[in-house]
Write a protein that binds this ligand. Sequence first.
Ligand code: OGA
Ligand code: MN
Length: 308
Amino acid sequence: MTLIATRAIPVEARRQGLGDGVEAIDLSWRTGTEIRGLDLTRPDDIPETTIQELMRLVSERCILLFRDQVIDHDQHLAFTRRFGPLAKTGMIDRYAPPGYPDIYKLTNMKVDGERWEVWDAARLWHSDQSFMQEPAMGSLLRCEIAPRLGGNTIFANMYHAYDRLSEGFKQTLAPLQAWHSIANIPRRPDKKWKPYDPGEEVAAGAAHPVVRTHPVTGHKALYISEHFVASIEGWTLEESAPLVNFLNNFPKRPEFTYRHAWRPGDLIFWDNRCALHHAPEDYAVSQIDAPENHRLMYRTTLAGDRPY
Ligand code: OGA
Ligand code: MN
């Protein structure tokens, strides 16, 4: 039997603005593009035109993947800052590595003998910091240690999910706002959280439109969160439940998603305005302390998701 080689994917003309030697290879039909040929150890050397094109591409493709990037916290922050200011607060600084208050550390490994509080923070689908008045525009998550099996992240393309709704339903959704709050996080009964000060901005919650128009692409996207949304503004919880349940579940359909199996050195930049994400517990959680199940990730977060 002869195997027929897959045709090389051409770098489309509209992506040539990335610059010499930089390639964009799509990861799936509508979601995700791998960027090859960039060295993130020297983010300040990347031409501004390349940065602008990456911003345009992430807005269109929802996530960008950079592989084999061995970088430290300073390089990670410097690369992030090329795209705009960092998100000012949120939950990040509670879970920062020493000396880096703008970095969010996610790990299932014990730190000082204790389980890291946010080891399962992405258990449910969400868009980062949607519980804030100004949610995170983008997030850049890099992997230092990946479990031998699993430990994946799944991304949902919210343009695609929106496009698949009927015209009649789109009209119904158009004027609605959803209430996003950390108070809505379905708690694990066995888990204790450090309390939030009621005055903290993260504790206040925020209303956001259910359908948003992306400022870069001009396309509409669903904006919802299984993690943070339980009601529609002005509706009771009971009235909201069927619609919220539908909206939270619809984007999970496989055709809207891209699933990433992390390798150490991977960095994914996602656009929270058009993507949801979730980390399924697809590794041996009962043996969470076995080295082969260890997972260590660091995230930086971009501010600026206003106006929408
Ligand atoms: C995050 C997040 C997902 C993961 O960093 O915001 O949700 O797979 N992470 O760790
Ligand atoms: Mn997240």
